[in-house]
Design a protein around this ligand. Sequence first.
Ligand SMILES: [Mg+2]
Length: 386
Amino acid sequence: MGISHQIIHVDMDAFFASVEQLDNPELKDRPVIVGGSVEQRGVVAAASYAARKFGIHSAMPMSQALKVCPNAIVMPVRMKRYVEISNRIHEIFSRYTSQIEPISLDEAFLDVTGSIQLFGSAEKIGRRIKDEIKAELGLVASVGIASNKFLAKLASDLEKPDGFVIIKEQNKQKILDPLPISKIWGVGKVTEKALKTAGINTIKQLRQTQPEYLKTILGNQATDILSLAQGIDNREVESVHITKSISSEHTFAVDIDDKGILLSVLLGQVEEVAYRLRKSGFEAKTITLKLRYGNFETITRSSTLDKATNVTETLWQEAKAVFLKWHKKSAGSLRLLGFGTSGLVTEGTGQKELFINHEEEKQKRIDKAFDKIKDRYGDDAVRRGK
Ligand SMILES: [Mg+2]
């Protein structure tokens, strides 16, 4: 048996409308519609739950929406603001995993299989994400948890708004069976009609249909749809690594060839990058030095670590070794020096060691202490010695 995945689907409730209510508290609980104005022949982009009660839904012409709910408050679409909030939601996700597949501004899949050892369970992670979105952003998310994407998305929708549903292997068929076939991915209007004509209305009826017969209706889609009806979905979370690398670089006012000064600049960069790695919950496997000579020739020198880390001292020792090797061979005046990390993984998800590494634990404590001071007093409050 393969490893069972733990997938979380997070879907914000009435996202655009909720952001408008957040920024305009007097709109709370009112029927709010976000979209283009009637004069512009606009359509509904989003509607608050109070507005949805009137049957208002997205893509509906605004003129029609206002006919069924004349008291609705129409707000223009402020995409920039929604993107800003979306990024902050994404930042909350990234505390728990780097395996994030955004579907839209307000919806994403998270594969937290590798995060459970660190955070407890998918349920705990899902709760924390939901709570942190509420506490930090004042917005409500619905959360679904299951062993695959199809079920996780289904789960987040089951008790929307403010939903939190876990579908387990034991109860998945019970939940799926009574649902209409339209709940299955890939069953669009045309397919739905064809199935209904054949007397297949529910997922239970679908999965009890002979595969050969289904093929005559669905063609080569039949196998996939039948799998989904049984709660089987092997599609992986395709994470878009928004953070592919974290780096810092510095262009000098005059070209610098002093080894001591360059090393000191490099140390500052390593400290900054390591701090940012820790803050975003990443560890890096590869470090890269970027060196630009006075004549603009630019070279990079990389090194891959035995295991991913965000410990300043470890990154610094590696960076220093790479720098000294470069310096010995091809030293020159630099107009730019940069330090970058890539091959990022979520903190704590790399390979586990059999023994406690006491030196590493000590360094982690030092980093923690430095980070605290830095958080409080700013960038230049602490520097360590070379
Ligand atoms: Mg949504």
